[in-house]
Design a protein around this ligand. Structure first.
Ligand code: LMR
Length: 397
């Protein structure tokens, strides 16, 4: 059976890391995968994470299974960080949360859940989107469609086209929205635009699914939740996929959550029973370590305060790199106005480089970025900036 298998293509993001690791060029730069690096080029373990881990190490008494839907404290803290502590959705118990292996795990549980309760539903993705989105929903046997999102001429959101497309999405379909820090473009909806989209979803019976992987990497924890909370003002039912990979730097611990909001607590409870079946038939129950770290930090006011400072440091460094990138491209004679990059949000810059230029960057300079032209700004440092911008100026010639 296996002899006839042809190799599948490499993953367009994680496959780059594998290629990068084999590149012998000492000046190589990996700006592919969305992983934060500090000014020394390291992906650090946050000090608050270390402290929480030390506490857990001394207090942990068992490695027995977690419940199918994970730690109760983690679920409730995850809801609080998304909606704010006193949100009516929480007091009315309209939300139910399952702890998942990363944000991708949350998306897959969401996909399996939608397929289970509404198999005919299509999932609508922004054009462009994270390249793994169509794979995750396709793997759950859901139909995947796309709506216009980005306008290269303005390097901003193609809002009119997006709104027009929404009018043609059938009721009962799922609209995937990036909660903040749109991946790959860094172009986010304004509050006004969120109002329009959320109202259209409510009016037309479209189910919003918010991929919320970068809370705190845009303008701040609260600021970045504005879109989700506007959706909460308009829509009785929606889903939120949270990731703690980036904002806690817990990439390899696989820590995420899927939160489902229903019209009332009974519906939320019934939905939870189906979410648990989706989990049980996939990975049975979530890993504990990462979830415990997050719960320890979010549940302790002192640790939480210090974590918020660490998060702000990461966010500020990325924004500093955005400005330095724009300046250095100019100094290196890139010959284009890249100032829009300073206004993008999150880890990524959607550079406008063509697939040929991306390939030339890799072949001539060992600079690795995603084929769409997406560059991980969070991987730039003062040390690699000149080399990077010289390389970009070269392929633009
Ligand atoms: C990315 O977009 O680079 C990250 O979300 C990592 C991943 O899993 O692709």
């Amino acid at each position: 059976m296996f002899e006839t298998i042809n190799p599948a293509p490499e993953d367009s993001i994680l496959g780059l890391t594998a290629a990068f690791q084999q590149d012998p060029n000492p000046n190589k730069v990996n700006l592919g995968v969305g992983v934060y690096k500090d000014s020394g080029g390291q992906t650090p373990v946050l000090a608050t994470v270390k402290e929480a881990e030390q506490r857990l190490l001394s207090s942990e008494e068992t490695k027995s299974y977690l419940p199918i839907d994970g730690l109760a404290a983690y679920a409730s803290l995850s809801q609080q960080i998304v909606f704010g502590c006193d949100h009516p959705i929480l007091t009315d118990r309209r939300a139910t949360t399952v702890q998942t292996p990363g944000g991708t795990g949350a998306l897959r549980v969401a996909a399996d859940f939608v397929r289970r309760i509404s198999p005919q539903a299509s999932v609508w993705l922004s054009d462009p989107t994270w390249p793994n989105h169509p794979n995750v929903f396709g793997a759950a046997a859901l139909q995947v469609q796309s709506y216009p999102y980005f306008e290269p001429a303005s390097n901003g959101v193609a809002f009119d086209s997006m709104v027009a497309a929404l009018e043609n999405i059938p009721s009962g379909d799922v609209l995937l929205l990036h909660g903040c820090c749109h991946n790959p473009t860094g172009a986010d909806l304004s509050s006004q635009q969120w109002q329009t989209i959320a109202a259209a979803c409510a009016r037309r019976g479209i189910l919003p699914l918010l991929d919320f992987a970068y809370q705190g990497f845009g303008d701040g924890l609260e600021e970045d939740a504005a879109g989700v909370r506007i959706v909460a003002d308009h829509c009785q039912e929606f889903l939120v996929a949270t990731s703690y990979s980036k904002n806690f730097g817990l990439y390899n611990e696989r820590v995420g959550a899927l939160t489902l909001v229903a019209a009332n607590s009974e519906a939320a409870e019934a939905a939870n029973s189906h979410l648990k079946i989706c989990v049980r038939t996939n990975y049975s129950n979530p890993p504990a370590h990462g979830g415990r770290i997050v719960a320890e930090i979010l549940g302790d006011p002192g640790l939480r305060q210090r974590w918020e400072t660490e998060l702000a440091d990461m966010r500020n460094r990325i924004n500093d790199m955005r400005h330095l990138f724009v300046e250095t491209l100019d100094e290196q004679g890139a010959g284009r106005d890249f100032s829009f990059i300073a206004g993008q949000r999150g880890m990524f810059s959607y550079s406008g480089l063509t697939p040929e230029q991306v390939q030339a960057l890799r072949e001539r300079h060992s600079v690795y970025i995603v084929g769409s032209g997406r560059i991980n700004v969070a991987g730039m440092t003062g040390d690699n900036m000149d080399y990077l911008c010289e390389a970009i100026a070269d392929v633009l010639k």
